[in-house]
Design a protein. Structure first.
Length: 221
């Protein structure tokens, strides 16, 4: 079956607008440690599937249903997850480096310790997600919904957070050097030690003044 999931030599990586009738149905499937490199799983139903330690390098999972899926330690490097449903999915310590999660639904997902370096999360919904100790260096989170998300200990050095909704988010000990927060909403965010004027432009919003995050070079305006 895994051979049938492999993409053609000239893969079409754009996310589908709806699940096709031929998309595989793999609800609750046990795919732990499976080799799914380059697999075409666009629109697939992987609800509650077990994909821990699976190799999904460069796989196409656009608009796939991964709600409640177990993806801890999975390799999703350069995977296409645009528009995927990852609500309440477990991505603890997963490798999502350079993955495209534009418009993905990650509400209440667990991404503790995940590698999201240079990933694309533009307009992704991360409301109430747990991103503690994640690496988000150079990630694109423009216009992402991070309302109530926990980013404690995360590394967001050089990240693009323009227009992101960080209201009520926890940023305890978060590294935000050179991050772009212009236009971001930070009301009631727990952003510690952000009272000093930054190296870039302006002062941090009063609503976010707490103790502990590193904000050198942050752009606020």
């Amino acid at each position: 079956m895994l051979q049938q999931l492999t993409r053609d030599e000239t893969p079409h990586r754009s996310a589908v607008s709806h699940r096709s009738a031929t998309a595989p149905e793999l609800q609750r499937a046990n795919l732990r440690r499976s080799d799914l490199r380059g697999a075409d799983l666009a629109g697939a139903d992987l609800h509650a599937a077990a994909l821990g330690f699976a190799d999904l390098h460069a796989a196409c999972l656009g608009n796939a249903c991964l709600q409640g899926a177990q993806l801890q330690y999975a390799d999703l490097h350069a995977a296409d997850l645009r528009g995927a449903d990852l609500r309440r999915a477990c991505l603890r310590r997963a490798n999502l480096q350079a993955a495209d999660l534009s418009g993905a639904d990650l509400r209440c997902a667990v991404l503790e310790g995940a590698n999201l370096t240079r990933s694309v999360l533009e307009q992704a919904d991360l409301q109430a997600a747990y991103l503690g100790f994640c690496s988000l260096e150079g990630a694109n989170l423009a216009s992402a919904n991070l309302f109530g998300a926990d980013l404690s200990g995360a590394v967001l050095v050089g990240a693009n957070l323009r227009g992101a909704d960080l209201r009520g988010a926890r940023l305890l000990g978060t590294e935000l050097q050179r991050a772009d927060l212009r236009g971001a909403l930070l009301d009631d965010a727990y952003l510690e030690n952000a009272a000093d004027k930054t190296e870039a432009t302006g002062e941090c919003p009063p609503a976010s003044r707490r103790l502990g995050s590193s904000v050198r070079g942050v752009q606020w305006i």
